[in-house]
Design a protein around this ligand. Structure first.
Ligand code: SF4
Length: 234
C-alpha cells in the first residue's frame, strides 16, 4: 500500500513524547489562517511512499527512541489517509514502536476508528475556544474536534491537547480555562501544550503566491507564553 508523503523528520522532539520519527503526510482538508505548512495542503502534491519504505526507515531509528519515543504521523491532515496510517501503525506495533497521531480532529469515519485501535497517543489541535473563531479561521465548527475528543475519551486513548497561541485570539484566561475544562471533562487528556505562533512560514506563502491571512497577528513574547503555561493544570 502507498500514500502521499510531504516529508520525513528522522529525529524530532516537538511532535509527541521523547525522540520521534515524524512523517508529515501530504494533503489537508482545512485551510487554517495560522497554518505554517501551506505546502502540505494540496492532496496531489508530495511523493508516493509505501508502507514498507516507511517501516524500513523507522526501524533504523528504533535505537534512538528510548522508552518514550516512536513514530508520529503529522501533516497536513494524516486522517485524510487513515487507511495508509493504519497500515503503518499496525506494522509499528508489531515491532514495538510507540505510535502517535498529530491531527486537527476534523475527520471521523470507519477508517479513522480502525486507526485508533493501533494508536498509542493523539496530539489533538484545539485551535480556538469559540465556534465563531473556528468557523472564521479554521473552516469547521468547534463541535467537530470536540466530538472527536469525546470518541478518543470513549476509547481511552491518551491525548495531548495542543494549541498555537496567537495574541488577541486565544491568549485570554478564558481561553486557557477552556482547555483546562476540556482536560477536566475528558480523563483521556493528560497533557496540554501551548506552542507560540510563528511567522517564518511567510516565505512559503510568498513562494506559493498565496496570501498569509495571519500576517498581521503578532507572535507571542516568551513572557506571555510563560504566563499562559503557568495557568495550565495538565
Ligand atoms: S489542519 Fe494543520 S495543516 Fe491543515 S490547514 Fe490547519 S494548520 Fe494547516
Amino acid at each position: 500500500m502507498t500514500g502521499k508523503v510531504h516529508s520525513i523528520q528522522s529525529l524530532g522532539t516537538l511532535d509527541g513524547p521523547g525522540v520521534r520519527f515524524v512523517v508529515f503526510l501530504q494533503g489537508c482538508n482545512l485551510r487554517c489562517g495560522c497554518c505554517h505548512n501551506p505546502d502540505t495542503w494540496d492532496c496531489n502534491g508530495g511523493r508516493e511512499a509505501s508502507v514498507s519504505e516507511i517501516i524500513e526507515k523507522v526501524r533504523r531509528y528504533k535505537g534512538y527512541f528510548g522508552k518514550d519515543g516512536g513514530i508520529t504521523l503529522s501533516g497536513g491532515e494524516p486522517l485524510l489517509q487513515a487507511g495508509f496510517a493504519e497500515r503503518i501503525f499496525s506494522e509499528c506495533k508489531k515491532i514495538g514502536i510507540h505510535t502517535c497521531l498529530d491531527t486537527s480532529g476534523s475527520i471521523l469515519n470507519d477508517d479513522v476508528l480502525k486507526l485508533f485501535d493501533v494508536t498509542d497517543r493523539v496530539l489533538l489541535d484545539v485551535k480556538y475556544p469559540t465556534d465563531e473563531q473556528y468557523r472564521r479561521y479554521v473552516g469547521c465548527g468547534i463541535k467537530t474536534p470536540l466530538d472527536f475528543l469525546a470518541v478518543l475519551n470513549q476509547k481511552n486513548i491518551p491525548t495531548t491537547l495542543r494549541q498555537v497561541t496567537i495574541p488577541t485570539l486565544n491568549d485570554s484566561d478564558e481561553s486557557i480555562e477552556f482547555l483546562n475544562g476540556l482536560a477536566e471533562k475528558y480523563p483521556c487528556v493528560d497533557k496540554i501544550e501551548l506552542l507560540p505562533f510563528k511567522k517564518i512560514c511567510t516565505v512559503k506563502y510568498e513562494q506559493m503566491g498565496l496570501p498569509f491571512r495571519f500576517k498581521s497577528f503578532d507572535t507571542p513574547s516568551s513572557d506571555l507564553m510563560k504566563n499562559l503555561t503557568s495557568k495550565i493544570r495538565y
